[in-house]
Design a binder for this molecule. Structure first.
Ligand SMILES: Nc1nc2c(ncn2[C@@H]2O[C@H](COP(=O)(O)OP(=O)(O)OP(=O)(O)O)[C@@H](O)[C@H]2O)c(=O)[nH]1
Length: 392
C-alpha cells in the first residue's frame, strides 16, 4: 500500500514537473523512489511493524468503517422496523378486511365454545356446520374435521377451550401446499402471465404487483394483453401512469399474442427484470380460452425461454365456491403456478381460501384486501389464520 502510494506520488510529481523525461532522469527517479521508500519504511515504523503513516490511514479507515457500519446498522434497523411496521399495519388491515369472514366463522366458533365445555359429537357436528356455512366447502370441511378429530383423540383433549388452537393448526396445514408460495421471478428476467375472468381484479392486481416489485428496485414492464375491451387497455395504462411503469399496448381487438411478442422484445431491449402480461379471461368457451393461452405460451417458449415463468390465476373471494369452479376450469387450460385471491375485504366468504388450496393443490401466492396499491401482499398461512381466528 505504502509503495503504491509513493510510486503514484512521485510519478504524479514527475508528470507535473517533468514533461520531457530522459533515460537518465527516469533512472534517477527510480533511485529516488527506492531511497524514499526505504527512509519511510525505516523511520515511520511502529512497534507492530506497521508504518505510522499507514497506521494513521488505518485509523481513519477504521473510524470511517465504524461510521459506515453504524450508519448501515441504523439503516438496517430502520429498514427492519419499517418492514415490521408494514407487516403490523398489513396484519391489522388484514384483520379488519376479514371482518365479515371473522363474523361468519370466528364469532360463531367462539359462541359455540362458550356453550359447550366438553367435546362431544354434537359439538363437533355444530363446528362442522359453521365451516360449511362459511364457504370452506363440503369436501374440505370434512377433511378438516377428520384431521381435527384425529388430533383431538391423539392428544386426548376433552375440553372445548383447547379446540381452537388445534383447529388453527389444522387450517394452517391445509393452507400450506407442497409447492413454493413465493413468486418464482429470481434471478431475472421473469415473465408473469395473469389470467382470470373479467371483473375478478386482474388489472388491479397487476398494478399492485408491479408497484410492489418496483418498490423493491426491480425494472418492471406491463403488457396490455387483454385486447378484448378498450377499457381494459385504458385501465392498465392508468395503473402504469399511477405507479410509473411503462405499458406495451396495441388497439382494441388486436392479437394478444402480438402484444405479448412486442412486450417481450421491449423487455429484452430494456433489460427488464419482470414483464407482467394481462390477458383476456373469457370463460364462456373453454376451447377458445385454451387456444388463446396456448398461443401466448408458444410465443413465450420461443421468444423468451430464458425467463422464469409464473402463471397467476386471479380469483375473487366474494364469489365463494364459484371461485373454486373457475379455478378448476382454468387449471385444465393452463399450468397455473399460483393464485391471487382478491377482495378478501368486505366478504363473509373468505373461508373459500381453504377450499382453493386443498382442492386444487395450487398455492395462494398473494391476497388482496382493498383497492389501494399497497393492498396486495404475499399470503402467509400462519398470519392469515391468526388474523382470522384470533379473538377481537
Ligand atoms: N375491495 C376490493 N376491491 C378490489 C380488490 N381487487 C380489485 N378490486 C376492485 O374490483 C374491481 C374490478 O377490478 P379489475 O382489476 O378491473 O378487474 P379485472 O379482472 O381486470 O376486470 P376487467 O378489467 O373487467 O377484465 C375494481 O373496482 C377494483 O378496484 C380487492 O382486493 N379488494
Amino acid at each position: 500500500m505504502l509503495k503504491k502510494f509513493l510510486k503514484k506520488f512521485i510519478k504524479n510529481n514527475d508528470s507535473k514537473e517533468n514533461n520531457n523525461l530522459t533515460e537518465d532522469n527516469i533512472v534517477e527517479n527510480d533511485i529516488i523512489l527506492e531511497e524514499q521508500e526505504e527512509i519511510l519504511e525505516n523511520s515511520n515504523v511502529d512497534t507492530d511493524n506497521t508504518p505510522v503513516y499507514e497506521k494513521e490511514n488505518i485509523k481513519e479507515e477504521v473510524a470511517l468503517d465504524k461510521t459506515v457500519e453504524h450508519t448501515e446498522d441504523v439503516e438496517d434497523a430502520n429498514e427492519e422496523s419499517q418492514k415490521e411496521n408494514n407487516k403490523l399495519s398489513f396484519f391489522s388491515r388484514l384483520k379488519k378486511g376479514l371482518l365479515k369472514t371473522r363474523q361468519g366463522i370466528t364469532e360463531k366458533i367462539d359462541t359455540l365454545l362458550k356453550s359447550y365445555k366438553k367435546i362431544d359429537e354434537e359439538f363437533l357436528e355444530e363446528l362442522e356446520e359453521i365451516l360449511i356455512m362459511s364457504d370452506v366447502g363440503m369436501d374440505t370441511t370434512l377433511k378438516i374435521m377428520d384431521k381435527l378429530r384425529e388430533k383431538i383423540n391423539d392428544r386426548k383433549i376433552s375440553e372445548t377451550s383447547e379446540v381452537k388452537e388445534v383447529l388453527k393448526e389444522v387450517m394452517i396445514e391445509f393452507l400450506t401446499t407442497s409447492k413454493d408460495s413465493s413468486l418464482n421471478i429470481s434471478p431475472s428476467p421473469a415473465i408473469i402471465l395473469v389470467i382470470g375472468v373479467n371483473g375478478v381484479g386482474k388489472t388491479t392486481s397487476i398494478g399492485k404487483i408491479a408497484y410492489n416489485l418496483k418498490s423493491q428496485g426491480k425494472k418492471v414492464l406491463l403488457a396490455a394483453g387483454d385486447t378484448f375491451r378498450a377499457a381494459a387497455i385504458d385501465q392498465l395504462k392508468v395503473w402504469g401512469e399511477r405507479i410509473g411503469v411503462n405499458v406495451v399496448h396495441q388497439s382494441e381487438g388486436s392479437d394478444p399474442g402480438a402484444v405479448v411478442f412486442d412486450a417481450i422484445q421491449a423487455a429484452k431491449a430494456r433489460k427488464i427484470d419482470v414483464l407482467i402480461c394481462d390477458t383476456a379471461g373469457r370463460l364462456h368457451n373453454k376451447k377458445n380460452l385454451m387456444n388463446e393461452l396456448s398461443k401466448i405460451f408458444k410465443i413465450i417458449d420461443r421468444e423468451y425461454p430464458e425467463a422464469k415463468r409464473e402463471v397467476l390465476l386471479v380469483l375473487d373471494a366474494t364469489t365463494g365456491q364459484n371461485a373454486i369452479q373457475q379455478a378448476k376450469t382454468f387449471k385444465e387450460a393452463a399450468n397455473i403456478t399460483g393464485i391471487v385471491l382478491t377482495k378478501l375485504d368486505g366478504t363473509a366468504k373468505g373461508g373459500v381460501i381453504l377450499g382453493i388450496t386443498s382442492e386444487l393443490d395450487v398455492p395462494v401466492k398473494l391476497i388482496g384486501i382493498g383497492e389501494g396499491k399497497e393492498d396486495l401482499q404475499p399470503f402467509e398461512p400462519e398470519e392469515f389464520i391468526e388474523a382470522l381466528l384470533s379473538e377481537n
